[in-house]
Design a protein around this ligand. Sequence first.
Ligand SMILES: *[C@@H]1O[C@H](CO)[C@@H](O)[C@H](O)[C@H]1NC(C)=O
Ligand SMILES: *[C@@H]1O[C@H](CO)[C@@H](O)[C@H](O)[C@H]1NC(C)=O
Ligand SMILES: *[C@@H]1O[C@H](CO)[C@@H](O)[C@H](O)[C@H]1NC(C)=O
Ligand SMILES: *[C@@H]1O[C@H](CO)[C@@H](O)[C@H](O)[C@H]1NC(C)=O
Ligand SMILES: *[C@@H]1O[C@H](CO)[C@@H](O)[C@H](O)[C@H]1NC(C)=O
Ligand SMILES: *[C@@H]1O[C@H](CO)[C@@H](O)[C@H](O)[C@H]1NC(C)=O
Ligand SMILES: *[C@@H]1O[C@H](CO)[C@@H](O)[C@H](O)[C@H]1NC(C)=O
Ligand SMILES: *[C@@H]1O[C@H](CO)[C@@H](O)[C@H](O)[C@H]1NC(C)=O
Ligand SMILES: *[C@@H]1O[C@H](CO)[C@@H](O)[C@H](O)[C@H]1NC(C)=O
Ligand SMILES: *[C@@H]1O[C@H](CO)[C@@H](O)[C@H](O)[C@H]1NC(C)=O
Ligand SMILES: *[C@@H]1O[C@H](CO)[C@@H](O)[C@H](O)[C@H]1NC(C)=O
Ligand SMILES: *[C@@H]1O[C@H](CO)[C@@H](O)[C@H](O)[C@H]1NC(C)=O
Length: 849
Amino acid sequence: MSGRLVVAVILVFELAHHACNGCLEKERLGLLEVKRFFNAHNFSIDSLPSWSGRNCCEWDGVQCHSPIPHILRLSLSTLLDIDHSQHMLYLFHASLLNPFPKLESLDLSHNAFSAFTNHKYLKNLRELTLNNNRFNDSKLLQELCKTKHLVKLDISSNNFSGEFPECVMNISSLEFLDISSNQFTGTLPSTISTLKSIKILQLDDNNFQGTFSMALLANLSNLKVFQLSTKNTNNLQVQTETPSFLPTFQLNVLKLSHCNLNSKTSSKIPMFLMSQHALKFLDLSHNNLVGTFPVWLLKNNTDLEYLILTNNSLTATLQLPPFKHHLLHLRLSCNTLHGHLPYHMGFLLPSLSHFNVSRNSFEGNIPLSIRKLQSLNIFDLSNNKFSGKIRMSIFSSMPELSRLQLGNNNFSGNIEDELQDSPDLIVLDISENRISGSIPSWIGNLTDLLYLQLSQNHLKGKLPIELCSLQFLKFFDVSGNQLHGSIPSCFNIPSLNYLYMQHNNFSGPIPKAFSKSKELVAFDLSQNRFSGHIPSWINKFSSLQFLLLKGNHLRGSIPRHVCGLREMSIMDLSGNKLKGSIPSCLGNMSFGISNGSKSSYESMGLDFKSVFFVEIDVLFDGKGMFWRISHEDKYSEGEIEVNFMTKNRLEQYKGNILKYMCGLDLSNNELSGTIPPQIGYLHKIHALNFSHNKLKGRIPETLCELKQMESLDLSYNLLSGGIPSNLSQLDFLSFFNVSYNNLSGVIPMSPHFRTFVEGSYLGNPNLCGVVAGEGCSSHKWKPRNQYEGLMRDEGDKINEYVETFYWSFVASYLMVLLGLVIVLFVNPRWRGIWFYFVHLCCSYLFNYV
Ligand SMILES: *[C@@H]1O[C@H](CO)[C@@H](O)[C@H](O)[C@H]1NC(C)=O
Ligand SMILES: *[C@@H]1O[C@H](CO)[C@@H](O)[C@H](O)[C@H]1NC(C)=O
Ligand SMILES: *[C@@H]1O[C@H](CO)[C@@H](O)[C@H](O)[C@H]1NC(C)=O
Ligand SMILES: *[C@@H]1O[C@H](CO)[C@@H](O)[C@H](O)[C@H]1NC(C)=O
Ligand SMILES: *[C@@H]1O[C@H](CO)[C@@H](O)[C@H](O)[C@H]1NC(C)=O
Ligand SMILES: *[C@@H]1O[C@H](CO)[C@@H](O)[C@H](O)[C@H]1NC(C)=O
Ligand SMILES: *[C@@H]1O[C@H](CO)[C@@H](O)[C@H](O)[C@H]1NC(C)=O
Ligand SMILES: *[C@@H]1O[C@H](CO)[C@@H](O)[C@H](O)[C@H]1NC(C)=O
Ligand SMILES: *[C@@H]1O[C@H](CO)[C@@H](O)[C@H](O)[C@H]1NC(C)=O
Ligand SMILES: *[C@@H]1O[C@H](CO)[C@@H](O)[C@H](O)[C@H]1NC(C)=O
Ligand SMILES: *[C@@H]1O[C@H](CO)[C@@H](O)[C@H](O)[C@H]1NC(C)=O
Ligand SMILES: *[C@@H]1O[C@H](CO)[C@@H](O)[C@H](O)[C@H]1NC(C)=O
């Protein structure tokens, strides 16, 4: 830039708060940003007027000095420090454009503007880039309709809503239109067919409704990129067959996702694609399309790089063209494909980096030719019917492999053969197969691993100490195997969030090493042979929500330290040999009262959703538009090409799972003493089970405070006294059992209480009341004989029944919750919890009920 330009700039003023408190500071921030920007671009703004002391709301009208007519393009992208202005709305002060009378291109992207102060400078623009702001000013679009020369309009990722103004389709000069990621509703204007010059048309991620016919695009012969998808609202129907049409375009990019494609007619893959031979990117996911795998798409489009047909109803086998094809992504998960993977797959698709066929019905083994896939990054065969001996070494020497998911198949054999040279592996999932042998030590070499899922196999032996090298693990699941021995004392993994070791044969004390995993959310050691005491350091797990130690050989008393677990949702210490009394401080635990510190929920687990972007850089040189190619970070300008960028990001799970089932189970121990009245403070608890202990004394009246309670089991104890009558106020109580105690007096009479079966009160000879028509005044309540006999003979079975009942509704809560998670994130990481509860519950249910 020649010469020093004096530009006086005032850019932003705060719109949101007309009271001026504190806004001066923010304005100054804005100005400094502007100043930095202009300095960086060799403008000088050293003559800026002093603004201090002015009333910020009148802070406007700084004069510009000399017009700068030769400036045609102005970029003010990423100007505002939007992190500091989450809830602020900024107006773009149009007078800023005064010095640039000939401006053709204006870029305000990545700021926080919501509107222009006026529109008079926009008329002559050829290119307007407003993406990633907060614009919701529909007048702006009406105004733009009056422009004569607009070539590029990018308003993506803003806050526009309502119907998309039809008149925009009248801008016949438009070559690039991107309105994606807004809140537009209504039908797409049919005048779209008049956008004669259009090359790139991106309409995806809005809320469009009604029917849209692709035939409207038939005569747009310059069209190269068309993207349309909805925010999963299922309100848009895209028709490609009626009316049928002959396209005049050759597309490079086509995305029609969540579009109910041809749902009113054939639900077939669009026929017009038969005429296309220049496709590089094709995404027809989430459409319920039927038919066989369209191998002709690969044959016809030899440059195709991305083929995404996720979540349709495609059937038959996966066919590949009989020649080498340089496809990068093949994503076919959630279909009904079957048969074997093509034997020569590794030779035919040598560039493959992302292969996802999860949730189909494929069978057979993984073809050995997979070895040839040197660029493989993601390989997901989970939830199919693959079988045969698993061969880990075929994935060796794939330097980019990051996720290997083979879970929920029927693979057998062991995993001794080493998966070498995969330094970037972060996910290894071979759960729910029939893998035998021991856990090999080579897993310890995968030092970047975040997620290790080996559950539900036939693994034997001890945990190898090499696992201690996995210092970044967040998820570790070896549940449901036949592992034994004690836990290596080096197993101290600070990042761990989920630790699942249940249903094995581990023994020894709960190792101190675990206390280093301070971010644990779930800690499940149940159904093993752990011995010793519940460690006093347990309260180090300050984010713990699930503490499951059921079915071990733990002794000693329940340490008061457990009361320090403030985020607890489910605590199950049942089936051990715990002695002593129930600590009264349990009443200080929240069991769902706390809303969960946000941070602990946000750090919960991993969501390995791969986020996929098609990014197209469009440049404009005053004469016309051209596209810029970039493969990842390799930029080369000037070529007329489409740019694809994939970002496989590791995203943290953000959903807020707050509505947990909350429960406390101390049953089947040797606890003595009385039930502390403080238990009545656990207001949010849904289930309480103290059965099969040696508890004495009265049932505390405070239990009636537990308004959310659905299940209360105090059976098989030594409790005496009456059943507190106010328990009948517990409206949600649907399971209640005080059998086999020494209770006396009258069973509370409320319509609700009457629904409990006789079994709830058995074995309390001094109890009387109206159950099943028996009166209290005349005689003591007695069970019917045949029922009593049953109870005596099959007491244990009844216990199982009781347990069934308890777990069935624990499980029903978790099912709703986890079902949601699974549907949303279709991710095997919840299998651990899911399996644990659901399997437990279902097996009881089916066996005993
Ligand atoms: C600013 O000017 C200096 C010298 O005048 C030049 O070296 C530099 O590249 C310029 N920077 C920009 C962003 O134009
Ligand atoms: C834009 O959004 C802001 C804040 O949500 C609202 O106050 C304003 O009325 C909206 N403007 C239009 C034109 O919808
Ligand atoms: C977008 O607009 C809606 C209403 O039109 C408003 O509720 C929301 O806050 C706006 N979002 C932003 C980021 O301004
Ligand atoms: C589009 O232009 C045509 C003729 O140029 C005109 O008749 C029509 O009203 C315009 N439509 C809109 C919505 O501006
Ligand atoms: C496309 O052009 C053909 C021939 O000019 C015409 O018959 C047809 O109606 C046009 N289609 C659209 C959607 O404009
Ligand atoms: C699968 O596609 C259907 C529409 O065919 C959609 O309703 C559903 O939400 C999609 N499932 C997922 C997990 O996206
Ligand atoms: C695409 O494949 C179909 C089916 O094999 C064929 O009929 C059509 O001619 C092919 N189109 C091109 C452009 O090769
Ligand atoms: C798994 O494979 C074994 C033998 O290879 C077979 O007996 C069994 O039926 C298979 N299971 C499933 C669910 O396909
Ligand atoms: C794996 O780790 C072991 C030691 O734990 C080492 O001897 C071996 O060379 C490592 N293998 C690779 C491929 O790094
Ligand atoms: C657990 O170990 C004990 C003693 O070594 C053995 O008797 C038992 O069968 C093992 N259980 C399982 C499920 O492996
Ligand atoms: C539990 O709370 C009570 C009163 O709120 C307090 O006196 C007691 O010290 C607390 N106990 C523990 C272990 O925090
Ligand atoms: C494979 O696709 C499924 C379903 O769309 C998805 O849940 C899963 O995360 C994908 N796998 C990988 C490794 O991206």
